[in-house]
Design a protein around this ligand. Structure first.
Ligand SMILES: NC(=O)c1ccc[n+]([C@@H]2O[C@H](COP(=O)([O-])OP(=O)(O)OC[C@H]3O[C@@H](n4cnc5c(N)ncnc54)[C@H](O)[C@@H]3O)[C@@H](O)[C@H]2O)c1
Length: 255
């Protein structure tokens, strides 16, 4: 029987993949047989990530660009398709935080988070989808968050962007389905990465996560997220589109 989760013969572009969840998703896709293109805003971080992969016997291309900059995205997608090949899997993963209470939040911090976390997924998704539409094949995975449905103080900009990702995913799935493009989102719960360091290093927050999550622990980036991304990128998900799958240790079941 053929392996329905195999990504052999496919090229995957993962944004924000120099570190954190994007990096682990990229590794999972490499393990599943895909050719992977790492991308990030930081060239230095990308160089480090490529070198680490090389040491482990993996080969990955890398392109530095800012997902919120239309010109950079268009140029990078063209270069990737010319130099590496057609992108048939896109993971819109790059994201940032600028934490503040709404009442104090400078508009520039609101705009920055919406720009990167929501508009970046639109700009990159649109640039990559043009080729997918012409080839009549594509899998797009947008990274949302448990904060799309469970909000907390201090992150109103982030929650709005991640809620937007859930509906952007439905819009992309609705408009591009006829071209055989599947678009889904993943909503991670709380995972231990640089992005959540200010939270995991706070004993009160750490205890709150462990007491609320039914599985009683934080998500482990090394093993808890890449599997679902590989599944959504594979033929196993050919009839799944427009969905958001929460990978949160069961938290959304008891909110
Ligand atoms: N860690 C968690 O618990 C968690 C939970 C829910 C959702 N998420 C989401 O998962 C994604 C990855 O988060 P993470 O925890 O790995 O974060 P991270 O900070 O470890 O990594 C994010 C990466 O994105 C890159 N990046 C930032 N802005 C960029 C831009 N404009 N263009 C291109 N690259 C850019 C950064 O350089 C970094 O390498 C984000 O979208 C985040 O919102 C994370």
């Amino acid at each position: 029987m053929t392996n329905m989760f195999s990504l052999e013969g496919h090229i995957a572009l993962v944004t924000g993949s120099a570190q954190g969840l994007g990096n682990r998703i990229a590794r999972g896709m490499l393990d599943a047989g895909a050719k992977v293109v790492l991308s990030d805003i930081s060239q230095a971080a990308l160089d480090k990530a490529v070198a680490e992969l090389k040491e482990e016997g993996h080969d990955a291309a890398a392109f530095a660009f800012d997902i919120s900059n239309e010109e950079q995205v268009e140029k990078a997608v063209t270069q990737i398709e010319e130099q590496v090949g057609p992108i048939d899997i896109l993971v819109n993963n790059a994201g940032i935080h600028k934490r503040d209470l709404l009442i104090n939040m400078p508009v520039e911090n609101w705009r920055k988070v919406i720009d990167v976390n929501l508009t970046g997924a639109f700009i990159t998704g649109r640039a990559v989808a043009r080729g997918m539409i012409s080839r009549r094949y594509g899998k797009i995975i947008n990274i949302s968050s448990i904060n799309a449905m469970m909000v907390r103080p201090n992150i109103g900009n982030y929650c709005a962007a991640k809620g937007g990702i859930v509906t952007l995913t439905k819009s992309m799935a609705t408009e591009w389905g006829e071209y055989n493009i599947n678009v889904n989102a993943i909503g991670p719960g709380y995972f231990l990465t640089d992005l959540t360091k200010p939270l995991s290093e706070d004993p009160e927050f750490d205890a709150w996560v462990k007491s609320e999550v039914p599985l009683r622990r934080w998500g482990d980036p090394n093993k808890d997220l890449a599997g679902v991304a590989v599944m959504l990128a594979s033929n196993a998900a050919d009839y799944i589109s427009g969905q958001t799958i929460y990978v949160d240790g069961g938290w959304d079941a008891c909110l």
